[in-house]
Design a protein around this ligand. Structure first.
Ligand SMILES: C[S@@+](CC[C@H](N)C(=O)[O-])C[C@H]1O[C@@H](n2cnc3c(N)ncnc32)[C@H](O)[C@@H]1O
Length: 414
């Protein structure tokens, strides 16, 4: 009999597909993102339930699965979103996973999240997560892994948390790829998606040569946005970053505040340090709103007000965009908010190209509008990595049982 999985926050099913490929049976899954659920149904199975997990009682979820998976949401943790406060509601959804683990008692659980989670609230948030899972009776380990070291053609750092209650080791897959001796060289963007570079993009399937077989085949979702320039709000006047940061530091000292106090006043970490060029590092200038708020606190003069706060619309062009991929190196992280500009074609990466970089099989078809498809793909755990992780867990489950079942210790935080 196949070992069983209950999957929470399943998205379109990157993680689940990896587990399925490794020989697990997914018996229940859930997400509240309709397009992702439709994609999941089309490619993985009809067992996925559409709905908000906070409204689903544990009694509706199958008992005693071997594994519970949960890529609990990362919006509140994302580095791209580092201004989000720690109390962002979405950051507490992991407690739903704790609730279900306590009620369903899987042998293992696996959670995945973005790197930013480790530094939220100076690391305290991760400590809370760890202690909540430990209190549920699980031996837990976590690691920050880069997907590129596991054969995924992409630099993508993620925190993987594994827990078990059967006295087993929490297994992490071995690195296979990298630039050190003995490891395989990671594939470049060109090697990964070069075969689709000059293939016309459109919503309907296209035909192109499959580099593995040398034969023509149908590719789905090779659909891309062609808008490669954009406008953004930028400063009208040139500013000397160091000069202004040093000026702010001078006024902060004069007002008798430390950086940490300013951080606390603004309600999030990371930012104030840059404004005052902490340790004389590069620094960054506050946006106009923060500038005015900071002025109220520090009482600085008007020297730089006009320079810092006069904003105009500016154009980002194809050539100057910072997020153009590198053709001869592995790809940057595929993100959920939209795709990068193609390094060799005047368009964005197509949905299919992003899916290939995320190691989805070519037969996996996405549903929804183009932005919704990019969200599903950018959110996913790369299938190849998930499969390797699943194999390690399956090996542990196959070992003679050594259940040292620990009862849940105390009620989890709510
Ligand atoms: C990081 S993604 C998970 C991706 C998935 N592990 C994969 O490999 O494809 C997180 C998912 O949580 C879902 N989600 C967020 N809040 C939810 C809630 N309250 N109930 C159900 N799903 C939720 C989002 O729609 C999103 O698909």
């Amino acid at each position: 009999m196949k070992p069983t999985v209950v999957s929470l926050f399943s998205g379109c099913g990157g993680m689940d597909l990896g587990f399925k490929k490794a020989g697990f049976e997914i018996i229940w899954a859930n997400d509240f993102f309709r397009d992702a659920v439709n994609t999941y149904k089309k490619n993985i199975g009809k067992h996925i339930v559409l709905g908000d997990i906070t409204e689903i009682p544990s009694s509706k979820i199958p008992d005693n699965p071997d594994v519970i998976l949960g890529g609990f949401p990362c919006q509140g943790f994302s580095i791209a979103n580092s201004k989000k406060p720690a109390y962002d509601q979405r950051n507490y959804l992991y407690l739903e996973m704790v609730r279900i683990i306590k009620d369903k008692r899987p042998k293992f659980f696996v959670a995945e999240n973005v790197k930013g989670m480790t530094s939220l609230m100076d690391g305290q948030f991760l400590k809370n997560i760890i202690s909540d899972f430990r209190d549920a009776g699980y031996k837990l380990d976590y690691k920050l892994l880069n997907m590129i070291n596991y054969g995924v053609p992409q630099t993508r750092e993620r925190v993987i948390i594994i827990g078990n209650r059967i006295g087993a080791e929490n297994p992490f897959p071995k690195e296979t790829h990298g630039y050190e001796k003995g490891l395989k060289r990671p594939a470049t963007t060109k090697e990964t998606i070069g075969h689709l570079c000059n293939v016309h993009t459109r919503e309907e399937p296209v035909t192109a040569l499959d580099p593995k077989t040398g034969k023509e085949k149908k590719y789905y979702n090779h659909w891309a946005k062609t808008k490669i320039d954009d406008e953004f709000w930028g400063r009208k006047y040139d500013v000397d970053q160091f000069e202004i940061c040093d000026y702010l530091k001078h006024w902060r000292n004069k007002a008798g505040y430390g950086t940490k106090q300013i951080d606390d006043m603004f309600g999030y970490s990371y930012t104030a340090g840059h404004w005052f060029r902490k340790d004389n590092n590069s620094g960054s200038i506050p946006n106009p709103d923060d500038w005015w708020k900071l002025k109220e606190i520090l009482g600085f003069d008007d020297t730089y007000d006009k320079q810092v706060t006069t904003m105009v619309r500016k154009k980002i062009t194809y050539e100057t965009s910072l997020r153009i991929n590198n053709w001869d190196e592995p790809n940057d992280t595929i993100i959920a908010t939209g795709s990068e500009i193609h390094p060799k074609a005047p368009r964005r990466l197509s949905v299919r190209e992003c899916a290939i970089i995320q190691t989805f099989p070519d037969s996996f078809k996405f549903t929804g509008k183009i932005d919704a498809m990019h969200t599903q793909i950018g959110n996913a755990v790369p299938v190849l990595f998930a499969k390797k992780l699943a194999k390690c867990i399956k090996d542990e489950l196959r070992k003679p049982m050594m259940i040292k079942q620990q009862p849940a210790r105390k009620k989890y935080r709510n």
